[in-house]
Design a protein around this ligand. Sequence first.
Ligand code: EPU
Length: 441
Amino acid sequence: MSSIAGSSVASSDGARIEVSSGSPLSGRIDVPGAKNSVLKLMAASLLGDGSCTITNAPAIIDVTIMADLLQALGAEVHIESGSITITAAQVHCVEPPADLVERMRASVNLLGPLLTRYGRVRLALPGGDDFGARPIDMHIAGLEAMGARVTLGERHLEATSAGLHGADIAFDFPSVGATENIVTAAVLATGMTVIDGAAREPEVVDLCRFLVGMGAEIEGIGGPRLTVRGTSGRPLGSVEHRVVPDRIQAATYIAAVAVSGGRLEIVDARPDDMEMFLRRCAEMGLEIEEWSDGRSDGIVVAREGRIRAVDVQTLPYPGIATDYKPLVITMLSVANGSAVVTENLYPGRFRYIDELTRLGADIRTEGHHALVRGVPNLRGCPVRAHDIRAGAAMVVAGLAAQGTTTITGVEHIDRGYDDLVGRLRSVGAHITRLGEAGSAL
Ligand code: EPU
C-alpha cells in the first residue's frame, strides 16, 4: 500500500473479477495515460531541481510503487486526481529499496537519472512480468560507453561515475528501456550522445518531450537516431506535461468490441500511435474511424457479426507491440478461421494460452508461433491472470464466454489498468469486481 495522499487505487488483495458475455457494448470510454510512459516520466523527474507536474496520470498500483520509490530517495511526491507533482531537490539516497524495485520492471528507469545526477546508484535487479529472461546488458553497455563503472552482482547492480560523457551508441535491437536509460543519462552528461537504433515507441517519444520540457536538448525524437546534448551536470528545470494516452488500454476496449459486438467511442485513443494494430483490426472486419465531437477526439470502433482470422506478428514500434498480443490471440480465439501469431520479442510470453484453452479456445504453440483456430464461443470457468496484459485478455475472453468466467490474480491487472471493470460496466458489459480486502487509498 502506498502512503501517497489523494490517490484512488484500490487494494487488490483477494479480489476477483466475474465476467460473462451479454449484449453488445455501447457508449463512450476514455483512455487514461500510459503506464509505460508515466513511470518513466516520474523517474526522469529526478533530473530536475524544480517541480515536475505530470497530468493525465492513471490510477494504477505501479504509479504508487514508483511514488514510494521516489519518496524513499528523498523526493517529494504529491498525487491528486490524476496529477502527480514531484520535487527532487532534496534527494539523499541512491539505493532504491529492493522490495519496491523488485515489484516492477520500470524501476530500471531509475538507473540513468540517479547515475547521471548523483554519480552513483545501487539497484536491485528489477522485477516485472513473468514471461522469460529480460536482460539489461544493453543498458549497462551504453552507460559504460559513457564512462560509468558498472558491477553486476547476483541480485543487484552498482554503477558509479565521476561524470558521464557523451558517446556514440549503436543498438542492435531498439530496446525501449535501454533507449530511455541512455537518453536520461545523456541529458546531464558532458558533450553529445548519439543513439543509433533507438526505440521509437510513443512512450519513448513522450519521455523525450518531457525532458525537452525540462530544458534538455534532444534531436531526432520519434526517429531511429537520437542526438542529445548534455548540460555537463547542470540539473534540468520544471515542467508540466500530459502523459500520452495508453495505446494498450485503448486496444483492450477495441478487443472488447471485437468479441462482444456493438459500438464504442474511445476518447483520447491516438490512431497514429496504433496504426499497424488498427490496420490488422480492420482486416479482421472491425469498423474503425477517427472520431471527434468538437471537444474531444479519439476513435470509434464497431462490429457486426463475427471477426475474420488474420495472421499477426509482434515487432518493435511501428510494428505491432508484443503487449497487444494476448488481446489479439483472444480476439482470434473466436474469429472465423485460423491464424498464426508470431512473437518476436518475448519467446516465453504464451503462458496465458493455457487459461484460454481452459475456456475452450483452440490454440497450439510451437516455438514462438501460436496457431489459433477460431471457435464460435468460449465457455466460462475460473482462470488466473499471470501478468497485466494476460489479465486484460482474460477479461476480454470472459466477454466472449457463455456462463461466468472468474478471474483471480487481479493484482496484476491493477498494476496497469485504471478501473478496467468500471469502464467496461459503463458501456454495458456484464462484469463485476468482488472480494476486495482493502479500501481506496
Ligand atoms: N533486451 C535485451 N537486453 C537489454 C534490453 C532488452 O536483450 O538490455 C531484450 C529483452 O529481453 C526483450 C527485448 O529486448 O526480448 C525487448 O525489451 P525492451 O527493452 O524493448 O523492453 P522493456 O523496456 O523491458 C518495455 C515495456 C514492456 C513492453 C516492451 C516492448 C515498460 C515498463 N515495459 O519493456 O511492457 O513489452 O517495452 O515494447 O515500459 C507491459 O507493459 O506489460 C510490458 C511488458
